[in-house]
Design a protein. Structure first.
Length: 185
């Protein structure tokens, strides 16, 4: 029986090209699916100037109904986005990879949930609080240096993400909600 190679987590210094990569991906999606995505934004660490990150562009799109996108998955596949099931039940998730390396992740959520999405709230918080962004970067580098598995990397960040997101939600008058959104398999 062959052993599967574990993906190594690579956290790199901020790349000023990331916003342009995100903008190009957003434009491509808007042109391919005109009128389907009501809102679409660059989220995640690559959307925070100066923040070290895995060099994967995360996007989040809001749609009136998730079924609209499910019916158009062939269009997304033509752009290289393939459906990924990771246990998140309130969204559609698509990954675009080249040569087995993830380049983009597209989270598709309902328009109704858009204003209270933790990923957007945390991104904005980190943009406004450089000390928190640096604390988060230090944690990510330390976890990556420990050579943990991808799933363990995400879990190891959860406590700090939860604490920062709770503060950011409170400032907006929103109640705390769990940031860990994956169901256990």
């Amino acid at each position: 029986m062959a052993l599967m190679a574990r993906r190594t987590i690579h956290v790199v210094e901020y790349d000023p090209a990331w916003p342009a990569r995100a903008a190009a991906a957003i434009e491509e999606l808007e042109q391919a699916l005109p009128g389907v995505m009501v809102e679409i934004e660059h989220i995640g660490s690559t959307a925070v100037p100066g923040l070290a990150a895995k060099p994967i562009i995360d996007l989040m799109a809001a749609v009136a109904d998730l079924e609209i996108v499910e019916r158009d998955e062939e269009t997304l596949a033509a752009l290289g986005y393939h459906r990924h099931f990771n246990g998140m039940v309130d969204r559609l998730l698509y990954v675009r990879a080249a040569g087995g390396v993830r380049e983009n992740i597209l989270h598709v959520v309902t328009l109704a949930s858009w204003p209270t999405r933790n990923q957007r709230i945390l991104r904005d918080h980190l943009r406004e609080h450089p000390d928190d962004a640096e604390q988060y970067a230090r944690l990510k580098r330390a976890i990556a240096a420990a050579d943990v598995a991808p799933g363990d990397y995400a879990r190891a960040k959860t406590a700090l993400i939860q604490e920062m997101t709770d503060r950011a939600r409170a400032k907006r008058g929103l109640p705390p909600v769990p940031v860990w959104e994956k169901t256990e398999r």
